[in-house]
Design a protein around this ligand. Structure first.
Ligand code: PLP
Length: 387
């Protein structure tokens, strides 16, 4: 058994805050009613839902009625994109996105393509950024939706969301703007109304909340069709008994994160800066995407010359350090990263890129240990590779 566990894979998933586990346990054990039941146990559960909705609405500065609860970020993205496309298909069948989106968006777009929708994939620059003008140029009379992620899950690119939203609306006010904020919510201040966002997806397990719960903001006057049929919960937009412990846990996790926002951001940023400074000095290590203020403070992507990502990942694991290769949250099957290809990563690096993703639960000592492990491991692993 390794002495110490250094978990640097927080963009794949996070450890639940103890307060969240405690609250959820209480709800599982005591307030276990179905929020649709008319008796006291139902009313109790309904109250938990209402409080969670209030908390999340306050954080996003939106109305409570604009929030839907789903089973994960993937479902939120599906409901937003398919729901909006089906509701607006008489007006047009054109959608726009980027090649660096998570499969929750890319695969949904592919599905719509198979149903006769037309999808435009916009180019990104070497840092993974989409220019607002490029988006505006692509918006047409028949463009029903644009989907751009807030924070890229592989390299931490922060898209200029507010400017993209403004550019879309200036070109065609009817075009909806969907933002996959699964990696941004809890780590950046996101206000859908100020940023011209019509639909916004988030997920509980990326913010020290539980797995199995997601959030979708649907703006006023934004029409989407439900994609799940059943008992008509949540105004018929998302049938199925609400996951009360999960929803309450997600809301509490978000509340904790935003209460400590400034100090946490500072901590994450200094951990990233110190780590990058240290590993940049190691021969054959290349940091992908932007660093500093205009990149996500919690995501670091490293390409490493002459060592396969999988080999490095397991060598780090032997030292109790957990990272991912490329984007592990997508799946566990080997896959060439669309994001790395889209930013022009050289062929030699495609298979040699790891991602470290931090959280408020990490410390500067964790980062030092990870940097030191890389310093020690890389020359040794390269030697093996060459033999
Ligand atoms: N979107 C992005 C950017 C993600 O990083 C992820 C998960 O890693 C998802 C969507 C899917 O979220 P979930 O795992 O909650 O389905």
């Amino acid at each position: 058994m390794t002495a110490r566990e250094i978990y640097l894979d927080n963009s794949a998933t996070t450890r639940v805050f103890p307060e969240v586990a405690e609250l959820m346990n209480r709800i599982f054990q005591e307030e276990y009613g179905n929020p649709s039941s008319m008796h006291h146990k139902g009313v109790e559960a309904e109250k938990e839902l209402r409080m969670a909705r209030e908390t999340l609405a306050q954080i996003l500065k939106v109305k409570e009625k604009n929030l839907l609860f789903t089973s994960c970020g993937t479902e939120s993205d599906n409901l937003a994109i398919i729901g909006a496309a089906r509701a607006a298909q008489r007006r047009g069948k054109h959608l726009i996105t980027t090649p660096i989106e998570h499969p929750a968006v890319l695969e949904t777009m592919k599905h719509l393509e198979s149903e006769g929708f037309e999808i435009t994939y916009l180019p990104v620059d070497q840092d993974g950024l989409v220019a607002p003008e490029t988006v505006a140029d692509a918006v047409r009379e028949d463009t029903i939706l644009v989907s751009v992620m807030h924070t890229n899950n592989e390299i931490g690119a922060l898209e200029p969301i507010a400017q993209i939203g403004e550019a879309i609306k200036a070109k065609n006010p009817q075009t909806l703007f969907h933002v996959d904020a699964v990696q941004g919510f809890g780590k950046a201040k996101i206000y859908p109304k100020r940023m011209h966002i019509d639909l916004l997806a988030a997920s509980g397990h990326k913010i020290h909340g539980p797995k199995g719960v997601g959030l979708l903001y649907v703006g006023d006057n934004v029409r989407i069709r439900n994609i799940i049929y059943g008992g008509g919960q949540q105004g018929g937009m998302r049938s199925g008994t609400e996951n009360v412990p999960g929803i309450a846990g997600m809301a509490l996790a978000a509340k904790i994160l935003y209460e400590h926002y400034d100090e946490d951001q500072q901590k994450l940023r200094s951990m990233k800066d110190a780590f990058i400074q240290r590993v940049s000095a190691i021969e054959g290590v290349h940091v992908n995407g932007r660093t500093g203020e205009d990149s996500a403070a919690h995501i670091i992507s490293l390409s490493v010359e002459g060592v396969r990502a999988e080999v490095l990942l397991h060598a780090l694991e032997d030292k109790g350090i957990y990272v991912s290769s490329g984007s592990a949250c997508a799946s566990n099957r080997p896959h060439i990263s669309e994001t790395l290809q889209a930013i022009g990563t050289s062929q030699a690096y495609l298979d040699s890129t790891i991602r470290l993703s931090t959280s408020v639960m990490n410390t500067m000592e964790d980062m030092e240990a990870a940097a030191q492990a890389l310093e020690e491991l890389l020359p040794m692993l390269r030697k093996y590779t060459r033999q």
